[in-house]
Design a protein around this ligand. Structure first.
Ligand code: ATP
Ligand code: MG
Length: 149
C-alpha cells in the first residue's frame, strides 16, 4: 500500500500528544510533503509508534524528538532522534530482546513491558530492512530504520 508518509507520521504524533505534553516534549516532523512509501502499513505503524513512544518516554522534561526521512540510493532512511537520557553502551546489545529493560526501577515507574523494540526489530526484518542505534548517555538516542525501495 502507498502511504503518504508525512500525514501518516503526523497522525501518529497527534495520537501520542498527550504523553508528549505531559513531559513538555516537542516533536518535530522533518519529512518532505510529497513522500510516499510503499510498504505494509501495520508493520511501519508498529515500528514508528514504538520508536516515537520510547523517544518521548525516555526523554527529559522539555526535551525534543525529531523524525526525519531521507532517500538514499537503494533504500530509505527513517530516523527517530531524541534528547533524552540515552542508553549505556553495555546495554545496547540487548535492548532488542524481548522484555529487556535498561534499568528496572526507572522503567517500572514509566510502565511498559519491554516488548517495544523487539517488535521494531521483527517488523523491520519482515520488511527486509534493518535497524541501527546510536546513543550517548545523558545526551540522547537516534534509531535509524533502513527499508529497501
Ligand atoms: P514497552 O515498549 O513494551 O512499553 P519498554 O519501552 O520498556 O516497554 P522497549 O521499547 O523494548 O521496552 O525498550 C527497551 C528498553 O530500552 C527500555 O526499557 C529503555 O530502558 C531502553 N530504551 C528504549 N528506547 C530508548 C530511548 N529512546 N532512550 C533511552 N532508552 C531507551
Ligand atoms: Mg518501548
Amino acid at each position: 500500500k502507498e502511504i503518504q508518509f508525512k500525514a501518516f507520521i503526523q497522525k501518529l504524533v497527534s495520537d501520542l500528544s498527550e504523553i508528549a505534553q505531559s513531559k513538555n516534549v516537542k516533536i518535530e516532523v522533518d519529512i518532505p510533503e510529497n513522500v510516499k512509501i510503499k510498504t505494509d502499513e501495520k508493520m511501519i505503524h508498529a515500528i514508528m509508534k514504538n520508536l516515537i513512544d520510547n523517544a518521548i518516554k525516555y526523554n527529559k522534561e522539555g526535551g525534543k524528538v525529531t523524525v526525519t526521512f531521507k532517500e538514499l540510493k537503494n533504500e530509505v532512511e527513517i530516523s527517530v532522534c531524541d534528547t533524552g537520557i540515552g542508553i549505556p553502551k553495555s546495554h545496547i546489545p540487548f535492548i532488542f530482546e524481548r522484555f529487556y529493560r535498561v534499568e528496572r526501577s526507572r522503567s517500572r515507574k514509566l510502565g511498559g513491558t519491554g516488548l517495544g523494540l523487539s517488535i521494531v526489530k521483527l517488523a523491520t526484518e519482515r520488511l527486509n530492512g534493518k535497524v541501527e542505534v546510536e546513543s550517548e548517555e545523558g545526551k540522547g538516542t537516534c534509531f535509524k530504520i533502513y527499508l529497501p525501495k
